[in-house]
Design a binder for this molecule. Structure first.
Ligand code: GLA
Length: 380
């Protein structure tokens, strides 16, 4: 009932885009809708392209709320697509899994696929060796979301999903809402909200892979990165945090001042670099507040493009595409090879449900989970 009331209220500002009108091209101001493809089970996938007055376009599909295309101008005003994505949605269940998708219920790893709440143990699917990764076998990246559009000079999409009690082993009926808003200043804001009817755990993020030279145009080692994070979480061989918060100073994990991602990525004399196969770790921001704060900056010298990240979250998984192996072929036919993209997945700490010293990821009935992350593009 509550959900129905919320939906009716939402319809006042967001136009419902039901399956019935998805075969025809519908254009809300700043939003173009089209058929994107068909899944193996016959489900149709629809894409929504948000466009602002500066010409930036962000294309998002209802499958996984996945960002499939994102254009940004370089220092000469030339637009390129700076995110990895594929044109056949079926490939998002294969080698392109997680590329650009919304991740839930729990982004990152939960050790042994188990956790307890108030003495009750919950068991999740183990889809990453002995651990559960990114919500399990069929996470939010694999679901078709409901989409409502809101056109205008700052067009937005509201995606919603009901993850039922027991979905992938997690307790509670979880109502999830994600709003993508493309702003006039070339930033994309992602607002995540959720409520539950039973205590559960939650850690939502987006898994966009960026390459500011353009998708498929080489590796990302020449991008320069700065992160406002003096500590990171060392991991074990299964990439589960050991519980230590380690100082980045004197390690290849120090991005307090901007330098090339590739500078120390292969320093396998550092055991953490070795375990991650490069960077695949969670950095903890110096500012632990849940205010929207500037946390990371990326600069790509050849194009002059910059990307700034702002978030209310306490941490970010910085992942350098160490598992990309050329099997995923991008939308323009280019292979996504080793380290052709990097991710800055804002989030709470991995394995928090099993590590009581980490900030809590528990969501209780009556509470609203709400986090915001902004990716802003510019040139230098
Ligand atoms: C996250 C993980 C990586 C990898 C990717 C998906 O970033 O930390 O280890 O699993 O997702 O390929």
């Amino acid at each position: 009932m509550k959900r129905i009331i919320v939906l009716i209220a939402a319809m006042a500002v967001f136009a419902c885009s039901g399956k019935s009108n998805q075969s025809t091209n519908m254009t809300d101001k700043g939003i173009t809708v089209k058929h994107y493809g068909t899944l193996a089970n016959g489900d149709s996938v629809t894409s929504y392209t948000l466009k602002n007055a500066k010409g930036m376009e962000v294309e998002i599909i209802d499958l996984g709320g996945t960002i499939v295309r994102w254009t940004a101008p370089d220092k000469n005003g030339k637009f390129d697509d700076i995110t990895l994505g594929v044109s056949d949605p079926k490939v998002y269940f294969g080698p392109a899994r997680y590329l650009g998708a919304l991740i839930g219920r729990f982004g990152n790893r939960i050790a042994k696929g188990k956790f307890s709440i108030d003495g009750t143990e919950y068991t999740l699917a183990k889809n990453n060796g002995p651990n559960s990764l990114h919500g399990g076998r069929s996470g939010f990246n694999a679901k078709i979301w409901n989409v409502e559009t809101k056109g205008g000079s700052e067009p937005s999409l509201k995606l919603s999903l009901l993850s039922k009690d027991g979905d992938e082993g997690y307790p509670g009926n979880l109502n999830v809402e994600v709003i993508y808003t493309l702003s006039k200043d070339n930033s994309l804001k992602i607002d995540y909200k959720a409520t539950t009817d039973k205590k559960t755990v939650i850690n939502l993020t987006n898994h966009a892979y960026f390459n500011l030279k353009g998708e498929g145009n080489g590796d990302i080692l020449d991008h320069e990165l700065q992160m406002a994070a003096g500590k990171f979480l060392p991991v074990d061989a299964g990439l589960i945090p050991t519980g230590e918060l380690k100082d980045v100073k004197g390690t290849p994990f120090d991005f307090l001042t901007s330098h090339k991602i590739g500078d120390k990525i292969n320093e396998t004399s550092d055991n953490q670099i070795k375990l991650g196969g490069g960077y695949d770790h969670c950095w903890v921001f110096d500012d632990a507040s849940d205010k929207l704060k500037a946390v990371a900056k990326v600069y790509e010298p050849a194009s002059g493009r910059t990307m700034e990240v702002f978030t209310t979250e306490p941490a970010v998984q910085f992942y350098t595409g160490n598992f990309l192996d050329g099997k995923a072929v991008g939308k323009t036919g280019k292979k996504y090879e080793y380290r052709y993209g990097f991710c800055l997945e804002t989030q709470h700490f991995p394995d928090s449900p099993n590590q009581s010293a980490f900030p809590t990821t528990l969501l209780k009935p009556g509470e609203t989970y709400h986090t915001t992350t902004v990716y802003k593009f510019g040139v230098k």
